[in-house]
Design a protein around this ligand. Sequence first.
Ligand code: GTP
Ligand code: SPV
Ligand code: MN
Length: 580
Amino acid sequence: MSTKNKDLSDWVNEVAAHTRPEDIHWCDGSDEEFRDLVGEMLENGSFRELNRGSFPNCYLHLSDPTDVARVEHLTFVCTSKEDDAGPNNHWMAPADAHEKVDALFDGCMQGRTLYVIPYCMGPIDSPLSRCGVEITDSPYVVVNMRIMTRMGEAALERIEREGTFVKGLHSTGDLDPEKRYIMHFPEELAIKSIGSGYGGNALLGKKCHALRIASYQAKTEGWLAEHMLILGLENPEGETCYIAAAFPSACGKTNLAMLIPPESHKGWKITTIGDDIAWLHPGEDGRLWAINPEAGLFGVVPGTGPKTNPCAYEMIQHDTIFTNVGMTSDDEPWWEGRPDGEPVTNWKGEPYDPKTGPAAHPNSRFTASAKQNPSYSPRAEDPRGVPISAIVFGGRRRGTAPLVYEARDWRHGVLVGAGMASETTAAATGNVGVVRRDPMAMKPFCGYNYADYWAHWLSFSDKLDKLPNIFHVNWFRQDEDGRFLWPGFGDNIRVLRWISDRCKGVDNAVESPIGRLPSKGSIDVEGLDISDADLAVLTGIEKNEWREEIKAIGEYLESFGDRLPDGLRDECNRVSKALG
Ligand code: GTP
Ligand code: SPV
Ligand code: MN
């Protein structure tokens, strides 16, 4: 296989001359190719086959122990002007960045195979989809990209027809954390990533293309690329309300996107369009339409159980790649939250000893096709996408943020998103549990200056006739003893129902300085063991705390200087005044 597209063949030749691989393989995405690559990895030990009887076609990959998460401090946005990347990104001048990584790519594929992966983000026949080509020397990346994207022949055909694609160059290099860089060149539609084999650093279609590069393109083209799940909430009458929700990494998108309602909510159903990324476009009808650019799930394993997330639990019983989990004596994968089995080895492949840490790395992941999700919506394949009624922002906050509130209008909603904060998680290297600002859950993924991004968000009030309602949720409120006040998981449907009622104009809210809170009794808590006192904390606000919060938000926004849109500054002042 090769290509009629000269730009692509020239690029592949140029990369091959520079990296000097032993072989070049053009990926067609076939089953046979997948089997061959798996066979090769079983032979060289980078894959282990899991129990064929209980976990058919499942494999375990243990990464280098220093390479288990995204590396935000080594991730750069390389625009020609530093201000265009903004204070929210690490920046390097494009020429310097190229020079730095090109030196590391020099000869790095000697003795290895160079794989050319043509892929399409989004349904292959959707005008909203975009293509890319990843060059990598990692067969692990190839088999993951095959699950996560529409990869191979059909994508290459589309690239040859359209002529444009994002160029992503990846090598695991020698996995030395000192020689690890994830570089983005939005003006060139190019990515160069070296020194890591981990998901978000190495599967370039995902965060690098579908968020950082795509958000930059979306800004100039009038759409949005967001770190959002997309779900359908179907009521007993069979009507579906589509909701997009942005929560930071490891803060509950996958879980919410495939929620199974408790028994008491008969006739209600959640269907999944996407669990991590949404591309949102103004439609001809004045509504906002969303597609999921991905074809698979790269989900957090720990905590996935038959009670918390039955759909995910079921979907990862077969045809799944497990990265960095433990293993039982009968070769089954094991993780904290799996009710059956006992681990004998941990994620480093060492004998399991609870004293030395968990069996599964807290950021261990499963890779599985979206089609294996029992809640998968056929609308996920619809080239038009789905019309969005509500946008939900959310963070992991032990205090301050109530269970749910609604923004009064679009401008206020943009402030609610821009003011988001959340505790850091194991999805990125660094401290866990530290509250940081994470506007729209895009802090690690916005490919340009946040100030311009907020201006772009504000501009949608002119682009749409029917603006989605905007909400904020927090499933993670705790008491002083660290007990969660809200049961979460399946019971989050109670909050989604309140949200969809709001979108229909049901009278279920009371005004507050920070937005509309649930009126008494409007969140259905029947069957829940929750005290009135806890419910009052969950659905109320502490004014003093919020005065501090809005002050911190204001200071954060001002750190963006002159580029901060006036609309956002005015809105922040308005809320601040309302709080008194
Ligand atoms: P990324 O894939 O990193 O973008 O993360 P995500 O937002 O999809 O997060 P995910 O749904 O995988 O959840 C991460 C962690 O949060 C898991 O350990 C879950 O068990 C936990 N979690 C999810 N939803 C809830 C909830 O409603 N309540 C509580 N207490 N924990 C939750
Ligand atoms: C995240 O960290 O938000 C993820 C996993 O979804 S990764 O693909 O590694 O970015
Ligand atoms: Mn994510």
